[in-house]
Design a protein around this ligand. Structure first.
Ligand SMILES: *Cc1c(COP(=O)(O)O)cnc(C)c1O
Length: 369
């Protein structure tokens, strides 16, 4: 890779392939693999990521909203796409682009039946989501009778799968809670199958679920963060490789005298002589103000340089006192060699938020094709 000359997000498709293959080793060969590519592929590039995964033989893709699925279809993606949170106003788009909606309440079930009737659909594939404790989206166990009534004698829909989502799969101290969710999902599935006399496939595990509860993989697993190189736990982070590396350069270097300040609201104040560098990225690129004032560091020629003062919309200042560097030198914000998880943790957040927040202004560069 030639060194960066502007702010870029490098996407390493060899790392993606490695992560996919690694996660695959954690499940049976017969278990289907759904790759979550919502939010621009966790802030990377959903089309590039989806195309690579399609080539690798992924069984399913998932996005959050209908528009995200439309983008994939328009790019030529043929793999089935589960839409986790499509809004009823977009159901005609869902059908037009052969997307498979998650239906999670009596209201949206009725709405989707209406939409598929209007478009004269037969056996349109849908997935029913059940709530087992996350209390976010999902039918409740006692909705099963009304689902059965609603679907009685209809042929517009085909329920391909039923699924649920774990609330704390990465948290060992919540093992009992997670196991209870898995048990209640199992119970719901049995009741559902016997009432509706159909056997859709089942799935409940996300990335940390795959690592911690492989016995509950059922017929499919859904992985997002692991594919992008983070495992919510050091021992899995070690086995995975970051796909995205955010790089920038030093625009200008200043020598700051004691008692001078740096940036808006004079938030950084120099107690001694300091050397600072100004970088061409800011909160409009997805590095929010929470990373300012020493909460996160970037890497300059192999050395850690803390962000000082307030993060601006298009710029960040860092302390490079004692670091050998010059204007134009490359800076690694996070990624290879500088974990997004660590960067995020400094500001009390998680890799998911940092990655998915990298804005569309940042140029994407693909490596390892
Ligand atoms: C985002 C999401 C996932 C992926 O979770 P990871 O922790 O990133 O693997 C899986 N299932 C659902 C329902 C999701 O919303």
């Amino acid at each position: 890779m030639p060194r960066a000359r502007e702010t870029t997000l490098e996407l390493d498709l060899v790392a993606l392939e490695h992560n996919y293959n690694y996660i695959r080793t954690k499940i049976h060969t017969s278990t289907m693999f759904l790759a979550v590519v919502k939010a621009f592929g966790y802030g990377s590039d959903s089309v590039i990521i989806a195309k690579k995964l399609e080539k690798l033989g992924v069984d399913y893709l998932a996005v959050a909203y209908a528009h995200e699925g439309k983008v994939l279809r328009e790019a030529g993606i043929k793999t089935p796409i589960l839409v986790l949170h499509a809004q009823p106003c977009n159901y005609s788009m869902v059908i037009k682009y052969c997307l498979e909606p998650s239906l999670y309440s009596p209201r949206v079930l009725r709405e989707f039946i209406k939409a598929s009737k209007a478009q004269k659909q037969k056996s349109y594939p849908v997935h029913l989501k059940f709530n087992t404790g996350l209390n976010r989206l999902g039918f409740w166990e006692n909705d099963i009778d009304s689902i059965a009534e609603e679907l009685e004698g209809r042929d517009e829909l085909k329920i391909k799968s039923i699924f649920s989502h774990l609330a704390a799969s990465e948290d060992k101290s919540e093992e009992e809670f997670s196991k209870n969710q898995i048990r209640s999902f199992d119970k719901i599935a049995k009741e559902f199958t016997s009432k509706l006399r159909i056997s859709p496939f089942m799935h409940i595990l996300n990335t940390s679920g795959i690592f911690n509860y492989p016995e509950a993989q059922f017929q499919m697993v859904r992985s997002g963060i692991g594919l992008y190189g983070y495992g919510n736990e050091a021992r899995y982070d070690d086995k995975l490789r970051p796909v995205a590396t955010l790089k920038t350069i030093i625009s200008q270097i200043h020598n700051i005298e004691p008692n001078e300040s740096v940036g808006y609201n004079r938030a950084f104040s120099a107690e001694e002589y300091k050397k600072t560098a100004t970088l061409p990225l800011g909160h409009a690129d997805g590095i929010g103000r929470q990373y300012g004032n020493g909460k996160a560091s970037v890497i300059v020629n192999g050395k850690e340089a803390p962000i000082i003062g307030n993060v601006c919309m298009d710029m960040i200042m860092i302390d490079i006192t004692g670091i050998e560097c010059k204007e134009g030198d490359e800076v690694v914000v996070f990624g290879k060699g500088h974990s997004a998880e660590t960067f995020a943790a400094g500001a009390n957040t998680i890799s998911y938020e940092l990655l998915s927040g990298i804005s569309q202004r940042v140029k994407r560069i693909i490596t390892g094709t």
